[in-house]
Ligand binder design. Structure first.
Ligand SMILES: [Zn+2]
Ligand SMILES: [Zn+2]
Length: 240
């Protein structure tokens, strides 16, 4: 399973857009995160109409606005852009995010235009994956954040979301035998208390032979993209 990207920047790298991935199966769009720039990119590339999308599953990894900032606009758009053919919208997230997400979207007036779908109800319904698992991770303070793991016919596809949990990444690399792809966030920032994965440490814990399968994203700078490539990692490219 190959993810496509609408943006690959961190919260402040506005020229790269907020990191958000997607894939399409039939007329169903699976979207991961919907930060501030994501709705406008979806409209600009005509992603929904071009692919005759009639169903959206939006996976949310955590509440930061570079991951949820245009979610309500997308939900409204799906409900109203073509009033005769509304696009059915479901949010897939872990339980600890549900109340906060609901309150945010209710305050923004779109509580009637989506539902929550537990990840496990998507098992064995699609060709692209057989299972989606949301894995709790550490990102900023104690606030809940989640990685996403897809089980596919070709192996596991791991998407880190935002995380600072280097041990989780390290153990995943050591213990999961059938990694098809890993999508990992990274930053050049490197200090104790970092909320993100330092590229320096990823360089220490990701073996060279795995790097053709390791795609980096959520960059903090153009320099970070360049250094990631120099170290033999893949860097995600965005659709235009
Ligand atoms: Zn982020
Ligand atoms: Zn974040």
């Amino acid at each position: 399973m190959e993810l496509k990207f609408l943006g690959r920047g961190g919260a402040f790298l506005v020229e790269e857009g907020n990191t958000s991935a997607f894939f399409i199966e039939g007329k169903t769009l699976f979207l991961i995160d919907c930060g501030e720039s994501v709705f406008s990119k979806i409209v600009r590339v005509n992603l929904l109409k071009k692919n005759q999308i009639n169903k959206v599953f939006c996976l949310i990894t955590h509440m930061h606005s570079d991951h949820t900032g245009s979610l309500s606009s997308l939900i409204y758009y799906c409900a109203y852009a073509d009033i005769n053919n509304p696009i059915n919208f479901s949010i897939v997230c872990a339980k600890p995010l549900m109340d906060d997400l609901y309150r945010m979207l209710e305050a923004q007036g779109c509580a009637d235009f989506f539902d929550f779908v537990p990840a496990e109800t998507l098992s064995n319904r699609y060709r692209s994956f057989s299972k989606i698992q949301l894995i709790r991770t550490a990102h900023q303070g104690q606030y809940p954040a989640f990685c996403v793991e897809f089980t596919t016919n070709d192996g596991k596809v791991f998407y880190s979301g935002d995380t600072r949990d280097l041990e989780l990444i390290h153990s995943y690399v050591r213990e999961v035998p059938d990694i098809e792809r890993m999508y990992l966030e990274t930053t050049l920032l490197d200090y104790s208390g970092n909320a993100h994965l330092s590229l320096r440490v990823l360089n220490e814990i990701i073996p060279n032979n795995l790097r053709p399968k390791v795609f980096l994203m959520h960059f903090d700078s153009a320099d970070c993209i360049k250094k990631a490539e120099e170290l033999g990692f893949q860097v995600v490219e965005c659709i235009q």
